[in-house]
Design a protein around this ligand. Structure first.
Ligand SMILES: [Zn+2]
Length: 239
């Protein structure tokens, strides 16, 4: 018994409706990891900025404590020196000791200036850290919400894909093996391997289909392909 081409094309049309949905689902599923990476990056940037400020604060506090300690040690040393100035016997040694004390005090003033600058920077950092903490917290909750949304969407898509895919085997089982092979072959290039000829034009590639070919398609003796895009062609089928 000859293959009923019209019925075969009707089956392919049903199969394509399923396959196009599956293709769209897959495209969206494939795009999800990138969307997740995108929101992760925004979240990470906020956390890194906060961590950088935290690190600078800690280092600066450490440096400030060191300077403070040095001021303290040096102040004590200079006071001790001054107290012992009276015991110095020679003018030369006395002048040297005075210079040492003056130099020590000058170094301390410079240290105090640095400490002041550090305190100013620490104040700035404190303000910026508070701001960054708020931003990081916002990004964190935004990230969690978006991630949950994307994960829900993924689950939804997987479910829909699996449900839709269950319709394929029953349709495929009725399609002629050779026609199925041609359909699958074209589908490697176009997700819609089957195209309707509307007013002499292939609806897949929008190129004209020669009138002779249109007549052959209408005879339904075999499945015809578009000369331009190779899609399988049909016309006047109602399913
Ligand atoms: Zn075409």
């Amino acid at each position: 018994m000859a293959t009923d081409i019209r019925a075969q094309l009707a089956l392919l049309k049903d199969l394509q409706a399923v396959d196009v949905v599956l293709h769209e689902i897959q495209l969206e599923l494939d795009s999800l990891p990138q969307s997740i990476a995108h929101i992760e990056a925004a979240h990470r940037t906020a956390k890194e900025a906060l961590a950088a400020h935290h690190h600078e604060t800690i280092e600066l506090e450490k440096a400030k404590r060191l300077e403070e300690l040095e001021v303290q040690t040096s102040t004590e040393k200079m006071a001790e020196r001054e107290n012992k100035l009276y015991a110095i016997k020679t003018t030369k040694e006395y002048q040297a000791a005075l210079k040492e004390v003056a130099d020590g005090k000058k170094a301390n003033r410079e240290r105090e200036d640095r400490i002041l600058q550090m305190m100013e920077r620490l104040e700035e950092l404190q303000k910026k850290t508070t701001q960054l903490q708020t931003e990081a917290a916002d990004k964190e909750s935004e990230y969690n919400v978006r991630l949950a949304e994307l994960q829900n969407r993924e689950a939804e898509l997987v479910k829909k894909r699996d449900e839709t895919a269950t319709r394929r085997p029953q349709l495929i089982s009725q399609v002629d093996v050779k026609i199925m092979r041609r359909y699958d072959f074209v589908r490697n290039g176009h997700p819609d391997a089957l195209a309707e000829v509307v007013r002499g034009v292939c609806s897949g590639c929008h190129m004209n289909v020669p009138p002779q070919l249109c007549n052959e398609i209408r005879r339904y003796e075999e499945v015809k392909t578009c000369p331009s895009c190779r899609r399988l062609l049909y016309t006047d089928i109602t399913t």
